[in-house]
Design a protein around this ligand. Sequence first.
Ligand code: SAM
Ligand code: SF4
Ligand code: SF4
Length: 338
Amino acid sequence: MTKRQVRDQLDRPLRDIRISVIDRCNFRCQYCMPAELFGPDFAFLPRSELLTYEEIHRLATLFIKLGVEKIRLTGGEPLLRKDLPVLIKMLSNIDGLRDIALTTNGVYLPKYAKELREAGLKRVNISLDSLNDELFGTINGRNVGVGPVLKGIEAAKEAGLGIKINMVVKKGLNDTEIIPMAAFCKERGLELRYIEFMDVGSTNGWKMDDVVTKKQIYEMLKNEFELETVEPAYYGEVAKRYRYKDTNVDVGFITSVSESFCSTCTRARLSANGQVFTCLFNGNGHDIKEFMRSGVSDEDLENRIKDIWGQRSDRYSDERTEETRKARKKIEMSYIGG
Ligand code: SAM
Ligand code: SF4
Ligand code: SF4
């Protein structure tokens, strides 16, 4: 495939896309879909609003033509979308795609891991915020213990998938789990990534005081383990990584709040109902679904995507202040997928 690399207003290339395949979830994590707000009557997207697999495939092909090399599927909980391996297979056959990954809470991996791997999935990020059943049940809002996620990790391992563990850290909630999670992952050769609690959406009651920064976590880790810096593996790598001395196990940080990385942000996001977002914190999506459903040609669609990226100038985390935070209309994490 001949690629036509597009660049935005700040000269950032388009390299990756996160595709949310569903806005529903079996969990109600406090920091993402608080149960009080996402209750039994919450109006999730009707099926007709979701992009079909054919539509996702068509858009992904065009995104890849414009420079995308890496696709991450997310949600909501992506494994709640029926026949996800079918989509993985369709996507992994697209010429020019280098990498395909999935972010999941892991609960359905025992059922699907093997099928996903056979369909072409390479890697999974599994979210786990605590090893304590009670605390984890409180965080996920559904009283689900750690067991089902650990079984998911096991299943991913058996299926031969690469695994990273995502842990969102919120002060006073699960900061006591920082060291136990590190020890657990190190022992099992799993790369753990600490994610700073972010002010995505407007339902999670975010306060700067609730953020445990990378620096604070790093200081805690240094008291327990010897760590060596790992150089970024590629331009725009989001995680800052370290390696436990004399091992091949890494530990990483997603420092979206304390050390922003907008200048190398090469990521577009496609929501489950077909809106393109050029920043996790930009509430104004571009409705590509309606445009596509109006019967336009691939060339028109490609030009539309090119224009959206070409006009992009987002750098929310670089500019985050109390004022910009309040002024900004933002999109919910469960809708856009992180
Ligand atoms: N349901 C899947 C999962 O939990 O892995 C995929 C979707 S979830 C929105 C994607 C990632 O975003 C998860 O690792 C989750 O922990 C993270 N996340 C959600 N809300 C967040 C917040 N407010 N701050 C930081 N990370 C958050
Ligand atoms: Fe669901 Fe993932 Fe959000 Fe938790 S973080 S509520 S598992 S979408
Ligand atoms: Fe990218 Fe927006 Fe996050 Fe900056 S704030 S790194 S532009 S998604």
